[in-house]
Design a protein around this ligand. Structure first.
Ligand code: FES
Length: 655
């Protein structure tokens, strides 16, 4: 990877080709003014290329003389090879001495599961999908051979493919005579595997040889978004992936509001139709993209939280919300896709990855399967952060799981300028410890519209490290800084001024926001602490941490530890699973052995109900500080605070 070296502070970082200089500066811990979020508007991120070249766009903010002298905007300049960059005084965010003193941030992300990791995992499961498509040529009936159509089909399937007894969908029976004849007795039969003690079932008859056109869908049904992957069940190849907001979002942001909505008149059927509609939209897109025919998509495996799966099946989820929190089912029977309003092959089946409890659903089972935790010797903490913090601790021998209601703060809810991680959301924040001025980058490097989860974690961490807020999340008003102000009795810090934002107003983080964020991180940390306590294990016993979910991918480990969201673990123990729910569904779609493993995970995992766990509340209260009431649990944060040019010294650092 190319190396980017920054002067005058001599910091160096390796980044991928195509990375912007602004992001390289962030990774290197170099402060550059960036008040428009990297949209190329403010012109404050001007730097000088001293050696090497970058791919840069011309800007009205750079004069021809400056351009000739190698000046470029850091945010719109992309790394193409090794390069040396000078940050001129006017683009620096103040004296760099404290910056130099702060810890190098280049490698703070842990690592993602690699294609090799996944390849090994996928390769270990034999290709053995739940459906078979068998081509067969039947001898047409004659006056000498007068057996019925179904018996004729059975006879040839047995003779050519060794198929034994099978049962038949009624819809298949009604079409059988016509299909055999229109196909001139050359047809493809689609059979599903029978359940335990059951025979296979004939679910489709199609004219001609379609045996190689054998496709399935893996679907992650999230509360916020739905992702579908089209998979070739003959070759394992993933042909395409599409995602869309879960259309149920118009009925509430989180699972509780969806359950409440489902209890209204026609609410349940509307929610079911909405999620089925979202999946149909994704199917339409995948069909258009790949040319695969709808009738050849014969199986769908979905994974999602327990409420989402209930709603997908049109099952009343109200008891999930009421003590003692019992779902209708954790192991979900296979049903016909048509019964759920899905537009794939007639007769296609839907299966859902089983869950463990009302708040530890099939998405977690799928993630534990896809990350290989279920067969790992190492003690693993698996965590999926969304509106609920769902987590599991264990290894191949045992798994203990729990879920805590984290609230929507990390997804932008209950935060004044919070928003989802979409274009224009502030995703990275650094605050200069000397000037207390922010450096922000938005998704898509556009003018800022609000702050998404990773930006919020960054903001809290940076405000804390620089002493703008204390360990209780209270602003230090004595600093008298123009960005810190009190509006309507609530203190806040202005991240983006109206002139630089896309919303025509200041974007700020308030003390009320900080309260919500601290409560959210406190709940997640308390969940982890309670799992460890239950097993009488210290944090140091954790050998690996898998972080799942879209949000997790953008979580900066050191920032998450700084605010006490995650316990102190070294970066080499951390891996990002990505969309574990989708990966797990994909595995189950391909392999009966994976399906059985998922069942074993859900069956054998112990579930800890936190609402009745006395230790959880104690852990929660202790975690309502930055990073925690017991600072010694966070030695690296103590170190960063002591080195980091903290403005007000509100955090009591011990020597
Ligand atoms: S122009 Fe680059 S951050 Fe504003």
């Amino acid at each position: 990877m190319p190396r980017v070296r920054f002067h005058p502070n001599q910091r160096e970082v390796e980044v991928a080709v195509g990375e912007s200089l602004l992001r390289a500066a962030i990774l290197a811990g170099v402060h550059v003014n960036a008040s428009c979020g990297g949209s190329g508007v403010c012109g404050k991120c001007r730097v000088v290329i001293e050696q090497g070249t970058v791919a840069s766009e011309p800007s009205a903010k750079i004069t021809p003389e400056q351009a000739a002298a190698g000046h470029v905007l850091a945010c719109t300049s992309l790394v193409t090879g090794d390069v040396e960059v000078r940050v001129p005084v006017e683009s620096q965010m103040g004296d760099t001495r404290s910056v130099l003193a702060r810890e190098h941030r280049t490698v703070t992300h842990g690592s993602a599961l690699t294609p090799k990791d996944l390849g090994e995992l996928f390769g270990d499961f034999e290709l053995d999908p739940a459906t078979r498509r068998l081509y067969v040529e039947l001898p047409p009936p004659t006056l000498e051979d007068t057996i019925g159509d179904l018996e004729r089909l059975h006879r040839e399937l047995a003779r050519v493919h060794g198929v034994g007894e099978f049962t038949v969908d009624h819809a298949c029976l009604t079409q059988l005579a016509a299909r055999l004849r229109s196909g001139k007795w050359k047809i493809t039969a689609t059979l599903t595997r029978g359940g335990e003690g059951e025979c296979p079932r004939l679910i489709g008859i199609d004219a001609g040889d379609r045996s190689a056109r054998h496709y399935g869908l893996a679907v992650d049904i999230g509360t916020t978004s739905v992702v579908a992957e089209l998979v070739d069940l003959s070759t394992r190849a993933a042909l395409g992936r599409e995602s869309e907001y879960n259309a149920q979002i118009s009925c509430g942001d989180d699972v509780i509001s969806r359950i409440v909505y489902s209890m209204k008149k026609d609410g349940l059927s509307k929610l079911q139709e909405l999620v089925a509609g979202t999946i149909n939209t994704l199917v339409d897109r995948l069909i258009e993209k790949t040319g695969v025919e709808r009738d050849d998509i014969v199986y769908l495996v979905a994974a999602g939280n327990t409420t989402m799966i209930h709603l997908f099946y049109g099952i009343d989820p109200r008891h999930i919300r009421e003590e003692p929190y019992i779902p209708t089912m954790n192991f979900i029977p296979t049903v016909e896709a048509a019964a759920l309003g899905l537009r794939i092959a007639r007769g296609a089946r839907v299966y859902c990855v089983p869950g463990r409890a009302s708040y530890v659903g099939g998405d977690i089972t799928a993630g534990l399967l896809a990350s290989g935790v279920f067969r790992s010797e190492k003690l693993t903490l698996f965590i999926d952060i969304g509106t609920n913090g769902e987590m599991a601790l264990g290894n191949a021998e045992w798994l203990l799981s729990c879920a805590c209601s984290a609230g929507p703060a990390f997804e932008g809810g209950s935060v004044k300028h919070g928003m989802r991680a979409v274009m224009g959301a502030i995703e990275t924040v650094r605050i200069n410890p000397d000037t207390l001025e922010p450096m922000i980058v938005t998704i898509g490097q556009q003018r800022a519209k609000g702050i998404c989860g990773s930006g919020l974690i960054d903001t809290v961490a940076e405000l804390f490290l620089t002493g703008v807020i204390n360990e209780k999340g209270r602003f230090n008003l004595d600093l008298g800084h123009p960005r810190i102000r009190v509006v309507g009795g609530t203190a806040e810090y202005v991240l983006v001024r109206a002139a630089d934002s896309a919303i025509g107003a200041d974007i700020a983080i308030t003390e009320a926001d900080l309260d919500n964020l601290i409560r959210t991180k406190g709940a997640i940390y308390a969940g982890i602490a309670t799992l460890l306590e239950q097993m009488e294990m210290p944090v140091s016993a954790i050998e690996q941490v898998y972080i799942a979910g879209g949000f997790g991918r953008y979580l900066e480990l050191d920032q998450a530890i700084t605010i006490g969201l995650l316990p102190e673990v070294s970066e080499d123990k951390v891996k990002y699973v990505g969309n574990g729910s989708l990966l797990g569904a994909h595995l189950v779609l391909l392999s009966q052995a994976a399906r059985e493993s998922a069942g074993a995970i859900a069956r054998n995992m112990t579930y800890l109900e936190l609402s009745t766990n006395p230790g959880f509340m104690d852990n929660y209260v202790s975690a309502l500080f930055l990073p925690h009431t017991d600072q010694h649990l966070f030695p690296s944060v103590l170190k960063r605070v002591s080195r980091g040019g903290r403005a007000a010294g509100a955090y009591p650092v011990e020597s």
